[in-house]
Design a protein around this ligand. Structure first.
Ligand code: GYE
Length: 307
C-alpha cells in the first residue's frame, strides 16, 4: 500500500480487521450459538473472519493459532479448550505483536501479558447458583440428597469452576453428597452414556443430576427415562447454559432448572478486537450478566430466548 493512499487516522473510521478465530468445536447448542454470534458480529462490523473448528482438540487450536500468526492477522480470538498448555503459542503470538483475546474459557499461563482480555462468564458463580437452587428447592425434604455430577471437558475452565462453585455452597450443607462425578465432555451423547453407568452403579440412590451444561443434562434425561424413572421427579435435573433445548425439556416437565450462561459474545468481542488492534487499553475481564431459570418460568421466558 502506498503511503499517500492511506487515509489519516483522524478521518478513518474503525479499521476493517482480519481476525483469526480458534473455536473449540461444535460440542453443544451453546457453542453453535457462540460461533454464529461471532460470525454475524464480524460480518456486521465488516471484518474478515478466519474461522477454525478444532473439533475439541487442543493440538488443532495450536495449529490454527500458528497459521493465523503466519498469515499476519490483526487479532486472534481463542476459545481455549483447556486452561493449560498455551504458554509457547501465546508467546509466539505476542512476539508477532498480534493481540490475543480469550472468549468463553480462560487460561492459566506463566506470562499473563500474552493475552489481552477475557470475554465470558463467572463460572464459579454459575456453580454456586446451581447449588443454591438445589438447597432452596429441597429444603422441605429430609435425609441424604445423593447427587451425581456430569463434568464438562476435563481441564476446561468452566468444568473446573462450575464444580468448585457448586461444592463451595454444598460444603455448608452436609446432607448433600456428590456420590459420583465424571466427565461427559459437554456433549449429549456422552451425557447419556455416563448417566446410564451412574444409574446402573447406584440403583435407586440418585436424587439429583448436576450437569455442567444443558446438553449433558438432556442426554441424562434420556438415560433416566430409559431406566424407567421420571426425570425432574424421581431424579432432579440441573443444567447450565439456558439454551432452548433446556427450556423445551423444562416445558415438557423433564428438567428442573438451568443456570444461564450467555454465548452471544460476538458484539463485545468485535468491540474488544477493534480496541486491541488500535492499541487501546482493555479490562482484563469483560463479564456477562446472567440469571437462573427454573421450570416454573420456562413457558413464559421461552419466547424471549435468543439461543
Ligand atoms: O457452557 C458449554 C460449552 O465454555 C462456557 O462450553 C462454555 C461452555 C458451555 O460447550 O455448553
Amino acid at each position: 500500500v502506498l503511503a499517500w493512499s492511506t487515509p489519516s487516522r483522524a478521518q478513518a473510521p474503525r479499521k476493517k480487521l482480519v481476525i483469526g478465530f480458534a473455536q473449540t468445536g461444535a460440542e453443544s447448542e451453546w457453542r453453535t450459538a457462540n460461533t454464529e454470534s461471532i460470525k454475524a458480529a464480524a460480518k456486521a462490523a465488516g471484518h474478515e473472519l478466519k474461522f477454525s473448528d478444532a473439533q475439541q482438540k487442543q493440538e488443532n487450536q495450536i495449529k490454527a493459532i500458528r497459521s493465523f500468526i503466519s498469515q499476519k492477522v490483526d487479532v486472534i480470538i481463542l476459545a481455549p479448550l483447556v486452561t493449560t498448555g498455551w504458554d509457547t503459542v501465546l508467546r509466539e503470538a505476542k512476539a508477532a505483536k498480534i493481540p490475543v483475546i480469550l472468549e468463553s474459557r480462560n487460561v492459566v499461563v506463566k506470562d499473563p501479558t500474552t493475552w489481552t482480555t477475557f470475554v465470558g462468564s463467572d463460572f464459579v458463580e454459575e456453580g454456586r447458583r446451581a447449588a443454591r437452587w438445589l438447597v432452596e428447592h429441597t429444603k422441605a425434604t429430609q435425609g441424604d440428597v445423593n447427587i451425581v455430577e456430569l463434568q464438562g471437558t476435563v481441564g476446561s475452565d468452566p468444568a473446573i469452576d462450575r464444580k468448585k462453585g457448586f461444592e463451595e455452597v454444598l460444603k455448608g450443607h452436609p446432607r448433600y453428597k456428590i456420590i459420583r462425578s465424571q466427565t461427559a465432555d459437554f456433549t449429549r451423547a456422552k451425557g447419556k452414556e455416563v448417566m446410564e453407568a451412574f444409574l446402573k452403579a447406584e440403583p435407586g440412590r440418585i436424587k439429583v443430576v448436576y450437569a455442567h451444561n444443558d446438553d449433558m443434562a438432556i442426554g441424562a434425561i434420556q438415560a433416566i427415562e430409559e431406566s424407567g424413572l421420571k426425570p425432574a421427579k424421581d431424579v432432579l435435573v440441573i443444567g447450565v447454559d439456558a439454551v432452548k433445548g433446556a427450556f423445551e425439556a423444562m416445558m415438557a416437565g423433564k428438567m428442573n432448572v438451568t443456570v444461564e450462561c450467555n454465548p452471544l459474545l460476538g458484539p463485545q468481542l468485535m468491540e474488544a478486537a477493534a480496541k486491541a488492534a488500535a492499541g487501546e487499553p482493555l479490562p482484563r475481564w469483560i463479564k456477562s450478566i446472567e440469571g437462573v431459570f427454573p421450570a416454573e418460568v420456562a413457558a413464559k421466558e421461552f419466547p424471549n430466548r435468543k439461543y
